[in-house]
Design a protein around this ligand. Structure first.
Ligand SMILES: [Zn+2]
Length: 147
């Protein structure tokens, strides 16, 4: 998934600007578009924002993980650095990266299109992304059967 890889590259290399980064240059306060907290760091936008915490709780319960012990911001960063996952970890890897992508897309929609993005919106976006992946995978495997 080249789209995911370049997104993860940007995330790891701080190529995605947080409100806190922009505020340094613009000399102003740019709050979190979701919760209006005045300092929006990347960790806040992708993990600790209250809206995002509800979303992650839903995602992790789907994956049978618990947010406090098994999974935290550090695990996301570690996971996203491991771009060559093993076959066993690929499912969780893709679902977590899809979740980050859903957070990213809905965040941009709330910044640039002024769309409200509560945790239901993010969850629905995540669900749609997963379905697209499954459909693409299905298409790939059925075409390889035909060939
Ligand atoms: Zn927030």
């Amino acid at each position: 998934m080249p789209k995911f890889q370049s997104f993860i590259w940007l995330l790891n290399n701080k190529g995605i600007w947080s409100g806190a980064e922009v505020a340094k240059w613009a000399n102003t306060v740019i709050p979190c578009p979701r919760c209006q907290q005045p300092v929006e760091t990347l960790e806040h936008s992708f993990w600790s924002c209250p809206t995002i915490q509800v979303f992650w709780a839903n995602v992790l319960s789907c994956l049978k993980l618990s947010a406090t012990t098994d999974f935290n911001w550090k695990s996301i960063v570690t996971l996203t650095y491991n771009l060559q996952p093993t076959k066993a970890s690929i499912t969780n890897h893709l679902t977590i990266i899809s979740a980050l992508w859903a957070i990213h897309c809905t965040r941009l929609a709330s910044i640039y299109k002024n769309k409200s993005t509560d945790h239901h919106h993010i969850y629905n976006k995540w669900h749609a992304i997963i379905q697209t992946i499954i459909r693409a995978k299905h298409r790939t495997s059925s075409s390889s059967i035909l060939n």
